[in-house]
Design a protein around this ligand. Sequence first.
Ligand SMILES: Cc1ncc(COP(=O)(O)O)c(C=O)c1O
Length: 403
Amino acid sequence: METSGRSNMTRDSFVADQSRARISLSRRSNVAPFMALDVLAGATRREREGQDIVHLEIGEPGAPPPRVVREAAIAALDGRRVGYTEALGRPSLRARIARHYRDTHGVEVPPERIVVTTGSSGGFALAFLTLFDVGARVAVAAPGYPAYRNILEAFGIETVTIETPRENRFIATAEMIEAEHLKKKLDGILLMSPANPTGSMMSREALRDVCETCDRLGIAFISDEVYHGLTYGEATETALKFSPHALVANSFSKYFCMSGWRIGWLVLPEHLVRPIERLQQSLSISVPFLSQIGAEVVFDAQEELEAVRTGYAGNREILLNELPGMGFDVLAADGAFYLYVDISRFSDDSLDFCAKLLDATGVGTTPGVDFDRRRGKSAVRLSFAGPDRDIVEAMRRLKAWLR
Ligand SMILES: Cc1ncc(COP(=O)(O)O)c(C=O)c1O
């Protein structure tokens, strides 16, 4: 076998090669692809080949991190050792995150309950391993973020899908959770607000009801709050206001424009802190030092971050004005930086629709089946996290294509 050629192999030939070598793959590794990332890889490849691509498929900010973040990281590099940190994160960063909850939500969270993680993705892995055994049942909403299911399945945890109705703006309610639990016991539920791909936000009352229902039924509630701060009307609420048992995941990737720094955090009930610390010690030792330095100062960049959010608000207006006239029904749009759009006038195969659109116009979008295996065939997610010129250009190309 040629070892030096491995990087040139396709995934399939690599798998075939492994099977020839009698190395079998685990069943747990057989998770579905995260299509948004596959689409992004395809669009980026075309870009490298010289095609002019407009990225509406990307789930991350187009803006760089605020200036203070870059300056703090550069200063930290200058003559200082970039080493491991405490597994739970630098104490000063944990204290700064606690202050953020006081300033933004008026909630007192002891820094001891905060754990710094490798993006919220790393936080989910730690939380699932700590809360659920193999065979546990955890509910997620559809449409929803596909990586939840993939991580849970890789850990041998059964995912239960709650198909949320459009009439409720795709929001899962306390009643839906209780009904599912009565059919067969749930061990956990994972919800987000604002949501990906719909942007839908739970009202304060809806979030409170979910917290209270989960507490009453003994279901672990994980509240994904990574799109907090990205709203265009109502402000967001944190589950920490309504339950001492809720586990909150958050991230520096979205509002704070630090996606590639791979840093986020968890707020935990006290008794979970030490088990998560033990897992983090062994799984990753610590979160990258420089990212922690940058994250600590990013809270002071309010003005820059708010300017970015104002840009998203403008992009969102452009899309909301343009899309209905072209025949696209916008399914929901409260927060985050996405619109979830009905394409049934044009196609009942969102994968095919996105591929043809990319091929014909160079506009990248994400097929709804990534988020909702059944109903997502007639939906597409558009991200408006890029510059406004990209949004205007995408609408121009889309209009010309449909004409
Ligand atoms: C709803 C939701 N949760 C979590 C994540 C993970 O982000 P990160 O690991 O960068 O914090 C994403 C990323 O797109 C997301 O959309």
